[in-house]
Structure formats: C-alpha cells, structure tokens
Design a binder for this molecule. Structure first.
Ligand code: G6P
Length: 615
C-alpha cells in the first residue's frame, strides 16, 4: 500500500527520495509524488499517476533541488488514482506539504467544518483535509510551531495515519507522526531518513527509531530529534539496530523478486529452523512457548487469525495442532473475526500470522483479543513490526525481506514455524509421542534439500506452464493437509497471472465445480501418497471422464496417477504434515512461469498491495 519517504540533511533530497520510492514500489501503488524544499527555488511539487518512472518523466531534465523533501507512492482509497489526488498535498496557502498513509475516518466532518471557515479543496482525498486542519491550527496562534500545531490537530483526527509534513518557513525540520500505520526514522551522520518501512533506509544507516502509535516527532538539523505523544507527554526515543542486509532487498541476478524468493526457500527454511531443533534432546526450542509453558499446557482453545496467504498457513496449522497437540482450533479471517462478537477470553490463545506484521485487520483482531483477556502469540516475518511488538509472545519466521507481492518464502517459513509450535505444544500436552516427534524433526531437517530438488525441476514446470498459459480458468484441488495448498495454489495463479482460479477440497468438487469441467479446464491437484490417496485418485478419474486436464503433484515414484494424469510433478515423500511445504513449490513456479509468459507485472500485480495497512 502507500509508501512514505523523507530526507533531511546535507545531500540532495530528490535522488534519495526517488530511490526510496522505487524501493517501496513492491508495496503496490498507482501514483506518486514529491515535494522538495530548496533555498531559492522554494517548494517544488510534482505528482503523477502511474509508476515512479512516470513521475521522473514529468520532472524531466531539471530535477527539484533541496536538502529537505518528502515523497509518496499512493494506493488509492479516497478518490481516483490520478495526478490531482496523488500526494504530497498542500495547505490552502501553499506553505505546508504533507504525505499520508492510512485513512482519516472523520475527514468528511472535518472537511465540512474547514469549508465553513473558508478552506477550499482541490482533491477528493482525506489527506488534503488533514493538511488544511494543521494549517488552521498553526494559524490560530502565533505561539504555535509546526510540531505543536500537528500534535494538536491530530487530537481531532479519527483513523489511521503515518504522516510527514514540511513547511516552507522551516527548511531545517521535518514533522512526523503515526497511528496504526508504521513509520521508521533512520538516523545518519547529520541527516535523517524517514520511511514507511526500513527498505529505503537500510543502505544509509542501521540506526532507526520506530515511532509508536499517537507519537509525533520533530527531526531537526539544529536541535535533533524530539518526540511527544499527541496528548503532549514526553517520549525518549529508543534507537534500535536494523538487522536487514542491503542484498536481501535487491534482485541478486534474478529476473524478478518472486523468482529469487522462490529459490531462496531452502535457505530461508534453514534459517527458520536454526537453533530450534534439538535432536539430542528430542525437543523443539521456542522461547515464545517455553516462557509460557503452563499457559500452553492448559489452553482451552487456539484461535488463529490472519489474511491472504497467511490465512492459508493457518488452515494447515489447524490440522497440525489437532493432530500433534489434540487441542481445539478455529481459523478465522482477521477481518471477519474483528467485526463479530467472538467468544474469546482467558484461557484462549490467539495466534496471529502475518508476513508484514502490519496488516490492519490482523492488528485490530489482536487488540480485540487482548482486551478480552486472551494471550496473543504473533508469527511475523518483519522484525520489529507492529504485530510482533503488540503480541504477548511469538516467533519470527526469519525468511528475510519478501519483496514480491505474491507471498512464497514467507508462506513456507510460516508453515515451518507453525510445525515447530504445534510439535512443542504437542509435547507439552503429552499428545505427540517421542517417536513421531523424532521422525518429524529428522524430516524437517531434510526439507531444504527436498525443496532444492523440486526447484531443479523448474524447466519441466516452465514447459507445463506453456501448455496452460492461455486457459481462462483453473481449478486447484487437494485434501487433508493439502486442501489449503490448493487454495494457496489458486491464489498464487490469480494474483499474478489474472487467470480466474479456484481452490477446493477435492471431495467438494462434486458439489459444484465439476459443472465447470470440460477440455479447456486445467485441474491442478495434489495427489501425494497419504491417507487420502485413493480418494484423490477417484477425483482424478472423475475429472478425466469429463475431458478435464490433470496436472498432479505426486509422491516420487508414483505410477498410478502418472497413468491417468496429463502431467505429473514429483515431490519427495515426507510426513503428511510436512508435505504442504513441498507440494506448494510447484504451484509457485507454475504461476510464476504462466505470469511471465503472459507478460504480467509479476512482482507488482495490478491493484494488489504487499502490506494491507488499511482495513
Ligand atoms: C496482502 C498480500 C498477501 C498477504 C496478505 C496478508 O494481500 O498481498 O501476500 O498474504 O496481504 O499479509 P500479511 O503481511 O499479514 O501476511
């Protein structure tokens, strides 16, 4: 979603801001803009619909010059994606420029009041209302500076925001604030960087301050950093060190981030397992669980909340928790859970799964669960993210930055962490016997190697992709642990190729999707040799009898499916619970190749955002 970049220092701000915006492109956006403050040139303001490239074309050969600037990539919420609605937005007198992520929920009421006071608006955005509100407060008293005016104005705002504001009259300072939308401040040598996540900052400095909710900051070249809450309490900034490496956010020779991330999975899973498997003691080490042992032993129920791909990981985890730990589990879309009146309280553990750790609905679900007395265990990829900070305990997936909008390595790392959590909880609850525990641990250790051998089948998958790239629809089927893999396979394909795809539990095919099957319908099915093998074989026969095409993921050496299917892709045998980590890989690669063949924007598919920070 929207991205924020800001710079204050001795260097030219424009190139730093443009590079930062390009680093944030992965979040998904539809327009961009900059405001640069330079001595004699004053405020130079450019906005353009489309990619950052379009903004650069608009700016032409005379880029704005100055040492203070803000830049933004906008993902439209209020008002169409066009030049006029793009940020930065200016105050009525043109003195202030502001960029904003989030949604100002009471913008309509604020706009009416400001209009009555003579303010005129040129855009449809909630953001323009906010900059007018700050202008109004600033002008209400000569004693107020921009920092104070912003702080006071934010007390009138309902909603979510991360903002950066500059003032023509104050070329030495940048004002920032956040609520429910992240903002990171990088501290360099005599310079400051600001961004909605750390990716634009990491190449300049590792020292960062994460603003907390309802905090307002001023960074100034003369007086340093000052933070207060919007209710005017003093806050001492806490500087943390970024763990991110610059290489991890670059393509490293791959054509797309998605392909790089698919290929990183043997390593990302190893990173995720590191230090957590203790084969000698036949146990799993997870501080987030070990520190709360009695709670996990006595938990009445687990509720898993997540969105998108992370929700699919949650569905697979449900099978694992039931199997390993014999504990009741519910898996919920965070957006549904938070707007019901769910029965949750003490004795319940809410597991929130989120790659970004910033998804607005998942964050809101966490807050609701905490208010009602449940313990919150967060599983996040982004270190220091809002969900990781707001959870009582948790575990990181350690997959490294995921830039491609379609989640791949974060998903398999989530499955790995969830397996470890389910195993540890199963052990604590005496539900997982030591032999199975041991087998699972040995199997987990071999997963990176097994994934590597799947990746080595890439050319075969590319040739299968070529056969089906023009299909208008696709069906994905699976059973048991592999039913959510079918959902995830369909999601991957539709996200990046725009082919309509549906995922179903194979047995449900007869209750509807079978009506769609004809010779134009490819059916991607997981048919590995597990408890459901025979039943899946029957489903395959049913598809073939109606002329459908079968692309089956099978266990290495399988002959039966190979006899009927149009194509088979082999995965190494593994414990049923671990097969999804393997069976999902061919679907990632097939979707990738189809999208490339269709000339889609693989890393930034249309309309999608990497991190959904508005509900
Ligand atoms: C967006 C992304 C998906 C992701 C979902 C949940 O829709 O495009 O890839 O699965 O958000 O995000 P989270 O960061 O909470 O896992």
């Amino acid at each position: 979603m929207c991205g924020i970049v800001g710079y204050l220092g001795e260097k030219e701000a424009f190139p730093i801001i443009i590079k930062g915006l390009q680093r944030l492109e992965y979040r998904g956006y539809d327009s961009s803009g900059v405001a640069i403050l330079g001595g004699a040139s004053g405020l130079q303001h450019h906005r353009k619909k489309g990619k950052v490239e379009a903004l650069l074309t608009e700016v032409g050969e005379n880029p704005p010059s100055g040492h203070l600037g803000i830049g933004h990539t906008r993902w439209a919420t209020h008002g169409a994606p066009n030049d006029v609605n793009a940020h930065p937005h200016l105050s009525g007198d043109g003195q202030l420029a502001l960029i904003h992520n989030g949604i100002i929920e009471n913008y309509h009421a604020l706009k009416e009041t400001l209009t009555e006071r003579g303010h005129e608006f040129y855009s449809d955005t909630d953001t323009e209302v906010l900059v007018h509100l700050i202008e109004e407060v600033l002008k209400s008293s000569e004693d107020l500076d921009l920092f104070e005016a912003t702080r006071i104005a934010l007390n009138e705002v309902v909603g979510a925001y991360a903002i950066a504001v500059i003032d023509i009259a104050r070329p030495e300072e940048l004002i920032l604030a956040r609520k429910s939308s992240p903002l990171v401040i990088g501290i360099g040598e005599g310079e400051y960087f600001v961004a909605s996540d750390a990716t634009p900052i990491v190449e300049y400095t590792k020292n960062v301050v994460y603003l907390e909710d309802e905090e307002v900051a001023r960074v100034s070249l003369t007086s340093g950093m000052k933070i207060r809450t919007i209710r005017n309490h003093k806050v001492t900034p806490v500087i943390t060190e970024l763990e991110m490496a610059l290489e991890s956010i670059e393509k490293g020779g791959y054509e797309h981030f998605m392909l790089k991330e698919i290929h990183e999975q043997p390593r990302s899973i190893q990173d995720c397992l590191r230090g957590r498997l203790s084969l000698g003691h036949n146990t799993v080490r997870m501080a987030g669980i070990d520190d709360h042992e009695p709670m996990w032993k006595d938990a009445k129920r687990l509720i898993i909340v997540a969105c998108g791909t992370s929700w699919h990981a949650g569905l697979i985890a449900e099978y694992m928790f039931e199997d390993f730990a014999r504990i009741p589990v519910e898996v919920e879309y965070a957006s549904e859970f938070r707007y019901r009146n769910p029965v949750i309280g003490e004795g319940d553990i809410l597991i929130a799964i989120s790659q970004s750790g910033e998804t607005a609905d998942t964050l809101a679900a966490i807050r609701m669960a905490k208010e009602r007395g449940a313990h919150v265990f967060g599983i996040c990829n982004v270190v220091g993210s809002s969900i990781s900070r707001e959870s009582h305990s948790g575990a990181y997936t350690h997959a490294g930055p995921e830039i491609g909008v379609a989640s791949t390595k974060a998903f398999t790392a989530q499955l790995t962490v969830l397996t470890l959590v389910a195993m540890r909880v199963g052990e604590l609850r005496n539900a997982l016997d030591s032999q199975r525990r041991n087998r699972l641990m040995v199997e987990l250790e071999s997963i990176p190697e097994k994934i590597q051998s799947m990746l080595d089948q890439d050319q075969k998958l590319a040739s299968i992709a070529k056969v089906y790239m023009s299909a208008p629809n696709a069906l994905f089927l699976g059973r048991g642990f592999n039913f959510p893999v079918a959902l995830e396979g369909a999601l991957k394909l539709k996200e990046i190729s725009y082919i309509h795809a549906e995922g179903y539990p194979a047995a449900e095919m007869k209750h509807g999707p079978i009506a769609l099957i004809d010779e134009n319908m490819p059916v991607f099915i997981v048919a590995t040799q597990d408890a459901h093998y025979e039943k899946v074989l029957s489903n395959i026969q049913e598809v073939k009898a109606r002329g459908g095409k079968i692309i089956a993921v099978v266990t290495k050496g399988d002959k039966e499916v190979a006899r009927i299917a149009d194509h088979t892709i082999e995965v190494h045998p593994s414990d049923d619970a671990l097969v999804p980590i393997l069976s999902t890989i061919p679907f990632q690669l097939l979707s990738y190749h189809i999208a490339v063949m269709l000339d889609r924007n693989v890393d930034q598919p249309r309309n999608l955002a990497k991190s959904v920070t508005v509900e």
